[in-house]
Design a protein around this ligand. Structure first.
Ligand code: PEP
Ligand code: MN
Length: 640
């Protein structure tokens, strides 16, 4: 049952409720949610809920209808975010775990770890105890394998996961792994589940070969009842009559499970398909289904792999896959989980010092607009939950906030796929040489018709939004609300704030879902924009001293430059030819008037960085020599 506590419950009353329940034989878990604090009480005992309801400080008692209790959404509404070292799984993230099926040797592990880390994996996998169908197949290196996996994880700064097959290995393995893996064949090995649960450590729980969703969640319940609340579910294909693939990937289980439980669910396309070529498309299907990540088998030499070679990706295939997953993330409203790249020793020390100095004041991130704006969403996706958001009235206020040190970073739009370049921000960047571009973020702009709760379509007389919001939803408005007046407003989330304060059912707003959530309004119609390919790209800006910390998270592959040229024939052409001659791909070119210099222009260029950075350094030297003014606005990792 769920015991909902009153807002003003005193610590003494809370203790009394807890001991009352424990004495009656219940396992009691406190869950602090956004709205309520509750005690989840589970166990074999039965009790008349009214006796609990009468205790001081208790608001109400609700029975849990499902056989799994601690794992159920009824018990906890918010998504659980499982932390494995510095990696987070769940919520708005997509975490990529990769590595070989089995640990085979030191060289094999180091080579694979290096390549998957470079490509964007955040956690390393590798089996040391392999439950093979045939007793004659390679059974794994055992503890020796765990040592190699640990070494590779430490060398490339990734937490590790490995399968545990026997309760008697749990204590030994706890000394090596960061997350236990329970294999499909052991999903209902209850003694193993209890032993692993007792460690309180994170667990990756594979779905059994022919387990129903309920049986799978009951297995999670075993882990949770034994003592861990850090469970990640993994859909890895089920047994069906189909033989074309090794198993049948049950993608529909992902949204089903996500509704039933607060635990994160990821997918394993490798064991689901058993075929290398199917792994990438099914990984994308897993992410599109709403999963919080994928676990993929990768091998440096799959032909020689001691197990599951035919389904293991080559490192280059894996790198391409991570790139595609990243491109898909904004479509499903998520962002790729990243961890800082390994830094050279000197930089690491500087960074540690910085984090020590700022131990208790968290990062401040500036964005333009009111709370709930798309810009806030972009800012949240770029930083950890602990970052504080600073809403700025104008773009220039956001620049000032970073410049003055009031904020550490600013996240500002530079381009929309339908509306084009946001010139104001390029102009402001030109005026702020102390700031640099350290990253990029992409957000899908999905518009919604937002109303005061309880409003019906026929009540709406006026629709408020930013002119672009109204324009982008014109077909919907003409079709569904032809008589409603369209009222331009200074921004989309601001329009939601306005209808919320007016509390009037005859007015609606068009904005993103976060704004509806933030102001407690209701989304009456979702995705009402005419063109669904509506994305906004943001720059993440910082002062130079904060740049490396952010950039170190992933390998830079893009640069932004600005330059001006003398007023003579071919001057611009000369610089563009220099870029072309280096074989460097230019992805954007804009020109802006220079304030105070009529008819003179500043050019903005975005480039793909070449593999060989020396080529880029030569290019900047050549442009510097030819241009009147020149600046590298930033080197960063592209979000697209
Ligand atoms: C594995 O991940 O190596 C494995 C054996 O997977 P499963 O338990 O899903 O078959
Ligand atoms: Mn395998």
């Amino acid at each position: 049952m769920i015991v909902i506590l009153k807002q003003g419950i005193t610590p003494q009353e809370k203790d009394k409720v807890r001991s009352f329940l424990s004495e009656k034989g219940f396992i009691v878990k406190e869950i602090i949610g956004q709205e309520d604090t509750v005690f989840g009480a589970v166990g074999k005992s039965t009790i008349d809920p009214r006796t609990v309801e009468l205790l001081p400080g208790v608001s109400s008692v609700v029975p849990i209808s499902k056989p799994y209790k601690l794992a159920s959404r009824e018990m906890k509404k918010e998504d659980t975010i499982v932390k494995v070292g510095k990696v987070k799984i769940g919520g708005g993230r997509v975490a990529v775990i990769a590595g070989p099926c089995a640990v085979e040797s030191y060289d094999q592990m180091m080579s694979i770890a290096e390549s998957v880390r470079e490509a964007g994996a955040v956690m390393l996998r590798g089996g040391a105890f392999k439950p093979r169908t045939s007793p004659y197949a390679f059974q794994g290196l055992g503890e020796e394998g765990l040592k190699l996996l640990r070494k590779a994880g430490d060398a490339f700064d990734m937490p590790i996961t490995s399968e545990v097959v026997s309760p008697s290995d749990v204590a030994m393995m706890a000394g090596y792994v960061d997350m236990f893996q329970i294999g499909a064949r052991n999903m209902q090995n209850f003694e193993l589940l209890k032993e692993v649960g007792k460690t309180g450590m994170p667990v990756l729980l594979k779905r059994g070969l022919s387990a129903t969703i309920e049986e799978w969640l009951m297995a999670a319940e075993y882990l949770m009842a034994s003592g861990t609340d850090q469970v990640v579910l993994c859909e890895r294909g089920i047994r069906t009559y189909e033989k074309a693939t090794r198993n049948t990937l049950d993608c529909s289980a992902i949204p089903v499970v996500q509704k039933l439980t607060h635990l994160p669910v990821i997918g394993d396309p490798s064991h689901a398909t058993g075929i290398r070529d199917m792994v990438a498309p099914m990984s994308l299907a897993i992410v599109a289904s709403g999963a919080s990540g994928v676990i993929v088998e990768v091998h440096n030499c799959p032909e020689k792999a001691l197990s599951d070679g035919p389904q293991s990706l080559y490192p280059q295939q894996f790198a391409k896959l991570v790139h595609d997953i990243q491109a898909l993330c904004p479509v499903v409203g998520k962002s790729l989980e990243k961890i800082p790249r390994i830094l050279p020793q000197s930089m690491r020390t500087k960074r540690e010092e910085e984090s020590r100095d700022k131990a208790d004041d968290s990062l401040v991130v500036a964005f333009q607009g009111v709370r709930g704006a798309f810009s806030e969403l972009a800012a949240r996706r770029s930083f950890d939950e602990s970052a504080a958001m600073l809403a700025c009235h104008s773009f220039s206020d956001a620049f000032e906030a970073v410049s003055s040190g009031k904020a550490d970073y600013a996240v500002l739009p530079v381009e929309n796929t339908l509306g084009g370049t946001v010139y104001d921000n390029l102009d402001l960047l030109a005026m702020h040489p102390e700031l640099t571009v350290v990253g990029e973020q992409q957000v899908r702009v999905m518009h919604n018709l937002i109303v005061v709760p309880g409003t019906r379509m026929e009540d709406i007389r006026k629709v408020y939004s930013h002119p672009q919001g109204l324009q982008q939803c014109r077909a919907f408005l003409e079709r569904e609300l032809p008589d409603a007046e369209r009222v331009p407003f200074f921004d989309t989330a601001g329009a939601v704030e306005y209808i919320a304060s007016a509390g009037d059912k005859s007015i609606a707003a068009i904005a993103g879902a976060p704004a509806a959530h933030y102001y407690g309004m209701e989304v009456l119609r979702q995705g009402i924009e005419t063109d669904a390919s509506n994305y906004t790209r943001f720059y993440i800006l910082a002062r130079e001293e904060n740049a490396d910390v952010f950039r170190s998270q992933s390998k830079p592959d893009k640069a932004s430059l600005s330059f001006s040229v003398s007023d003579e024939p071919g001057a611009l052409m000369d610089i563009l030819s220099t870029i072309a001659a280096k074989g460097i791909n230019m992805t954007k070119l804009e020109s802006r008037p220079i304030p105070g210099k009529p008819w003179e222009y500043l050019f903005f260029v975005e480039l793909q960085l070449p593999e060989n950075m020396a080529g880029f350094d030569e290019l900047t030297e050549e442009i510097r020599a030819k241009a009147v003014s020149f600046r590298v606005l930033g080197i960063y990792t592209s979000a697209i």
